[in-house]
Write a protein that binds this ligand. Sequence first.
Ligand code: ADP
Length: 253
Amino acid sequence: MAIITFDNVSKSYGETVVLENINLFIDDNEFLAVVGPSGAGKSTLLRMLLSQEAPSGGQILIDGEPIAPEPMPDRGIVFQRYSVFPHRTVIGNVMTGPEWQAAPLMGRLFGSARADLRDRAQAMLDRVGLGGHAALYPAQLSGGQQQRLAIAQALMTKPKVLLLDEPFGALDPGTRKAMHQLVLELWEEHQMTVVMVTHDLSEAFHLGTRVIAVDKRRHDPHAPHRYGSIITSDFEAKPRLARSLRRAERAAG
Ligand code: ADP
Protein backbone atom coordinates (compact mmCIF):
# COMPACT_ATOMS: atom_id res chain seq x y z
CA MET A 1 0.00 0.00 0.00
CA ALA A 2 1.24 3.48 -0.78
CA ILE A 3 -0.67 6.65 -0.18
CA ILE A 4 1.27 9.74 -1.20
CA THR A 5 0.59 13.18 0.23
CA PHE A 6 2.04 16.47 -0.99
CA ASP A 7 1.50 18.96 1.81
CA ASN A 8 1.87 22.49 0.48
CA VAL A 9 5.03 21.56 -1.44
CA SER A 10 7.06 24.15 -3.29
CA LYS A 11 10.33 23.96 -5.20
CA SER A 12 12.65 26.77 -6.22
CA TYR A 13 16.08 26.81 -7.80
CA GLY A 14 17.68 30.01 -6.52
CA GLU A 15 15.31 32.83 -7.41
CA THR A 16 13.31 30.71 -9.83
CA VAL A 17 10.11 29.28 -8.43
CA VAL A 18 9.25 26.06 -10.30
CA LEU A 19 6.35 24.67 -8.26
CA GLU A 20 4.23 26.26 -5.56
CA ASN A 21 1.28 25.30 -3.35
CA ILE A 22 1.22 21.67 -4.42
CA ASN A 23 -1.40 19.94 -2.30
CA LEU A 24 -2.11 16.47 -3.53
CA PHE A 25 -3.45 13.27 -2.05
CA ILE A 26 -2.69 10.24 -4.22
CA ASP A 27 -4.68 7.22 -3.13
CA ASP A 28 -3.35 3.70 -2.78
CA ASN A 29 -3.18 1.92 -6.17
CA GLU A 30 -3.97 5.13 -8.05
CA PHE A 31 -2.47 5.56 -11.55
CA LEU A 32 -1.84 9.29 -11.64
CA ALA A 33 -0.89 10.89 -14.95
CA VAL A 34 0.76 14.32 -14.82
CA VAL A 35 0.50 16.54 -17.90
CA GLY A 36 1.57 20.11 -18.59
CA PRO A 37 3.73 22.17 -20.93
CA SER A 38 7.45 21.70 -21.21
CA GLY A 39 9.27 23.35 -18.32
CA ALA A 40 6.19 23.32 -16.05
CA GLY A 41 7.95 21.26 -13.39
CA LYS A 42 6.59 17.75 -14.07
CA SER A 43 10.00 16.05 -13.87
CA THR A 44 10.85 18.12 -10.81
CA LEU A 45 7.74 16.75 -9.13
CA LEU A 46 8.82 13.17 -9.94
CA ARG A 47 12.40 13.81 -8.81
CA MET A 48 11.07 15.00 -5.45
CA LEU A 49 9.02 11.80 -5.16
CA LEU A 50 12.19 9.82 -5.82
CA SER A 51 14.11 11.96 -3.25
CA GLN A 52 16.56 13.07 -5.93
CA GLU A 53 15.46 16.60 -5.04
CA ALA A 54 14.17 17.94 -1.73
CA PRO A 55 11.18 20.30 -1.58
CA SER A 56 12.04 23.93 -0.78
CA GLY A 57 8.87 24.14 1.32
CA GLY A 58 6.20 21.80 2.64
CA GLN A 59 6.62 18.05 2.84
CA ILE A 60 5.91 14.80 1.03
CA LEU A 61 4.58 11.80 2.95
CA ILE A 62 4.31 8.16 1.91
CA ASP A 63 1.81 6.20 3.98
CA GLY A 64 1.81 9.06 6.47
CA GLU A 65 5.60 9.04 7.00
CA PRO A 66 7.92 11.78 5.72
CA ILE A 67 9.58 10.51 2.55
CA ALA A 68 13.11 9.10 3.06
CA PRO A 69 15.70 11.72 2.08
CA GLU A 70 17.54 9.25 -0.22
CA PRO A 71 16.18 7.21 -3.16
CA MET A 72 14.99 3.89 -1.68
CA PRO A 73 13.89 0.57 -3.19
CA ASP A 74 10.28 1.33 -2.22
CA ARG A 75 10.22 3.67 -5.23
CA GLY A 76 11.19 2.55 -8.73
CA ILE A 77 11.65 4.82 -11.72
CA VAL A 78 11.69 4.47 -15.48
CA PHE A 79 12.95 7.38 -17.60
CA GLN A 80 12.39 7.96 -21.29
CA ARG A 81 15.90 6.71 -21.99
CA TYR A 82 19.02 5.51 -20.26
CA SER A 83 17.44 3.88 -17.22
CA VAL A 84 19.59 0.76 -17.63
CA PHE A 85 23.31 0.01 -17.25
CA PRO A 86 24.81 -0.32 -20.75
CA HIS A 87 27.77 -2.46 -19.63
CA ARG A 88 25.62 -5.10 -17.92
CA THR A 89 23.73 -7.87 -19.64
CA VAL A 90 19.96 -7.85 -19.65
CA ILE A 91 19.73 -10.28 -16.74
CA GLY A 92 22.61 -8.49 -14.96
CA ASN A 93 20.60 -5.27 -15.14
CA VAL A 94 17.57 -6.91 -13.56
CA MET A 95 19.68 -8.46 -10.78
CA THR A 96 21.54 -5.27 -9.87
CA GLY A 97 18.97 -3.54 -7.64
CA PRO A 98 18.16 -6.52 -5.39
CA GLU A 99 21.88 -7.41 -5.23
CA TRP A 100 22.80 -3.97 -3.86
CA GLN A 101 19.84 -4.18 -1.52
CA ALA A 102 20.90 -7.58 -0.14
CA ALA A 103 24.67 -6.99 -0.19
CA PRO A 104 25.17 -3.22 0.10
CA LEU A 105 28.96 -3.41 0.50
CA MET A 106 29.84 -5.77 -2.34
CA GLY A 107 26.86 -5.38 -4.67
CA ARG A 108 27.11 -9.11 -5.27
CA LEU A 109 25.47 -12.24 -3.90
CA PHE A 110 26.96 -15.73 -3.92
CA GLY A 111 25.83 -19.36 -3.94
CA SER A 112 22.17 -20.22 -3.55
CA ALA A 113 21.15 -16.60 -2.82
CA ARG A 114 22.54 -15.65 -6.22
CA ALA A 115 20.90 -18.63 -7.92
CA ASP A 116 17.54 -17.73 -6.38
CA LEU A 117 17.88 -14.13 -7.51
CA ARG A 118 18.82 -15.28 -11.02
CA ASP A 119 15.65 -17.41 -11.14
CA ARG A 120 13.54 -14.48 -10.01
CA ALA A 121 15.22 -12.19 -12.55
CA GLN A 122 14.62 -14.71 -15.35
CA ALA A 123 10.94 -14.98 -14.33
CA MET A 124 10.64 -11.18 -14.44
CA LEU A 125 12.26 -11.10 -17.90
CA ASP A 126 9.83 -13.80 -19.05
CA ARG A 127 6.97 -11.69 -17.71
CA VAL A 128 7.95 -8.60 -19.70
CA GLY A 129 8.66 -10.61 -22.87
CA LEU A 130 12.46 -10.58 -22.71
CA GLY A 131 12.96 -14.17 -21.56
CA GLY A 132 15.08 -15.08 -24.58
CA HIS A 133 17.29 -11.98 -24.36
CA ALA A 134 18.88 -12.49 -20.93
CA ALA A 135 22.48 -12.71 -22.20
CA LEU A 136 22.32 -9.70 -24.55
CA TYR A 137 23.46 -6.16 -23.75
CA PRO A 138 20.99 -3.24 -23.77
CA ALA A 139 22.49 -1.80 -26.99
CA GLN A 140 21.44 -5.02 -28.74
CA LEU A 141 17.77 -4.41 -27.86
CA SER A 142 15.18 -2.26 -29.67
CA GLY A 143 13.85 0.90 -27.99
CA GLY A 144 10.70 -0.89 -26.83
CA GLN A 145 12.72 -3.82 -25.48
CA GLN A 146 14.98 -1.42 -23.58
CA GLN A 147 11.91 0.11 -21.93
CA ARG A 148 10.63 -3.39 -21.06
CA LEU A 149 14.01 -4.00 -19.45
CA ALA A 150 13.85 -0.69 -17.54
CA ILE A 151 10.40 -1.63 -16.21
CA ALA A 152 11.57 -5.13 -15.22
CA GLN A 153 14.55 -3.57 -13.45
CA ALA A 154 12.32 -1.11 -11.57
CA LEU A 155 9.92 -3.86 -10.47
CA MET A 156 12.57 -6.24 -9.10
CA THR A 157 12.84 -4.40 -5.77
CA LYS A 158 9.04 -4.66 -5.38
CA PRO A 159 8.44 -0.90 -5.19
CA LYS A 160 5.27 0.43 -3.63
CA VAL A 161 5.46 3.40 -5.97
CA LEU A 162 6.41 3.26 -9.65
CA LEU A 163 7.47 6.55 -11.21
CA LEU A 164 7.38 6.86 -14.99
CA ASP A 165 8.97 9.91 -16.67
CA GLU A 166 7.78 10.00 -20.31
CA PRO A 167 8.60 6.28 -20.52
CA PHE A 168 7.07 5.75 -23.97
CA GLY A 169 7.88 9.14 -25.51
CA ALA A 170 10.62 7.82 -27.79
CA LEU A 171 8.69 4.77 -29.07
CA ASP A 172 6.76 4.33 -32.31
CA PRO A 173 2.93 4.12 -31.99
CA GLY A 174 2.67 0.33 -32.36
CA THR A 175 5.34 -0.34 -29.75
CA ARG A 176 3.80 2.26 -27.47
CA LYS A 177 0.43 0.50 -27.61
CA ALA A 178 1.98 -2.81 -26.58
CA MET A 179 3.81 -1.06 -23.73
CA HIS A 180 0.57 0.53 -22.53
CA GLN A 181 -0.98 -2.91 -22.27
CA LEU A 182 2.03 -4.29 -20.39
CA VAL A 183 2.12 -1.41 -17.91
CA LEU A 184 -1.60 -1.68 -17.16
CA GLU A 185 -1.23 -5.42 -16.53
CA LEU A 186 1.80 -4.95 -14.27
CA TRP A 187 0.06 -2.16 -12.35
CA GLU A 188 -2.83 -4.51 -11.60
CA GLU A 189 -0.58 -7.48 -10.78
CA HIS A 190 1.73 -5.57 -8.45
CA GLN A 191 -0.92 -3.31 -6.86
CA MET A 192 1.40 -0.32 -7.03
CA THR A 193 0.68 3.37 -6.92
CA VAL A 194 1.90 4.76 -10.25
CA VAL A 195 2.81 8.38 -11.04
CA MET A 196 3.49 8.96 -14.75
CA VAL A 197 4.59 12.15 -16.51
CA THR A 198 3.56 12.38 -20.14
CA HIS A 199 3.21 14.96 -22.90
CA ASP A 200 0.48 12.90 -24.51
CA LEU A 201 -3.04 13.68 -23.30
CA SER A 202 -4.61 10.61 -24.87
CA GLU A 203 -1.97 8.43 -23.19
CA ALA A 204 -2.70 10.18 -19.87
CA PHE A 205 -6.43 9.42 -20.11
CA HIS A 206 -5.93 5.91 -21.47
CA LEU A 207 -3.61 4.84 -18.64
CA GLY A 208 -4.41 7.16 -15.75
CA THR A 209 -7.16 6.66 -13.22
CA ARG A 210 -6.62 10.34 -12.53
CA VAL A 211 -5.03 13.09 -14.59
CA ILE A 212 -3.63 16.33 -13.19
CA ALA A 213 -2.29 19.29 -15.14
CA VAL A 214 0.47 21.53 -13.81
CA ASP A 215 1.04 24.97 -15.29
CA LYS A 216 1.73 28.57 -14.40
CA ARG A 217 -1.38 30.59 -13.62
CA ARG A 218 0.29 33.84 -12.70
CA HIS A 219 2.88 35.70 -14.74
CA ASP A 220 4.84 38.74 -13.72
CA PRO A 221 6.25 40.22 -16.95
CA HIS A 222 8.93 42.05 -14.95
CA ALA A 223 9.96 38.95 -12.99
CA PRO A 224 9.12 35.81 -14.99
CA HIS A 225 10.74 33.56 -12.35
CA ARG A 226 8.61 34.86 -9.53
CA TYR A 227 5.71 32.43 -9.82
CA GLY A 228 5.80 28.68 -10.16
CA SER A 229 3.37 26.13 -11.55
CA ILE A 230 0.39 24.98 -9.57
CA ILE A 231 -2.10 22.16 -10.17
CA THR A 232 -4.49 23.75 -12.64
CA SER A 233 -6.82 20.77 -13.27
CA ASP A 234 -7.59 17.48 -11.60
CA PHE A 235 -9.76 14.90 -13.39
CA GLU A 236 -10.90 11.47 -12.30
CA ALA A 237 -10.24 9.61 -15.55
CA LYS A 238 -11.60 6.20 -14.56
CA PRO A 239 -14.18 6.32 -11.82
CA ARG A 240 -13.34 4.15 -8.89
CA LEU A 241 -16.54 2.07 -9.07
CA ALA A 242 -15.92 1.07 -12.69
CA ARG A 243 -12.39 0.02 -11.80
CA SER A 244 -13.50 -2.06 -8.84
CA LEU A 245 -16.08 -3.85 -10.99
CA ARG A 246 -13.51 -4.54 -13.69
CA ARG A 247 -11.10 -5.98 -11.15
CA ALA A 248 -13.81 -8.12 -9.56
CA GLU A 249 -14.79 -9.46 -13.00
CA ARG A 250 -11.19 -10.32 -13.78
CA ALA A 251 -10.72 -12.04 -10.41
CA ALA A 252 -13.85 -14.09 -11.05
CA GLY A 253 -12.33 -15.20 -14.37
P1 ADP B 1 9.04 19.57 -17.21
O1 ADP B 1 9.35 18.19 -16.77
O2 ADP B 1 7.61 19.95 -16.95
O3 ADP B 1 9.42 19.83 -18.65
P2 ADP B 1 11.16 20.31 -15.40
O4 ADP B 1 10.70 19.82 -14.09
O5 ADP B 1 12.18 19.52 -16.14
O6 ADP B 1 9.89 20.60 -16.34
O7 ADP B 1 11.75 21.78 -15.23
C1 ADP B 1 11.00 22.85 -14.66
C2 ADP B 1 11.86 24.10 -14.58
O8 ADP B 1 12.86 23.92 -13.58
C3 ADP B 1 12.56 24.45 -15.86
O9 ADP B 1 12.47 25.84 -16.05
C4 ADP B 1 13.99 24.04 -15.59
O10 ADP B 1 14.88 24.88 -16.29
C5 ADP B 1 14.13 24.23 -14.09
N1 ADP B 1 15.09 23.30 -13.50
C6 ADP B 1 14.96 21.95 -13.44
N2 ADP B 1 16.01 21.40 -12.80
C7 ADP B 1 16.82 22.43 -12.44
C8 ADP B 1 18.06 22.52 -11.73
N3 ADP B 1 18.68 21.42 -11.27
N4 ADP B 1 18.58 23.75 -11.54
C9 ADP B 1 17.97 24.86 -11.99
N5 ADP B 1 16.79 24.85 -12.66
C10 ADP B 1 16.22 23.66 -12.88
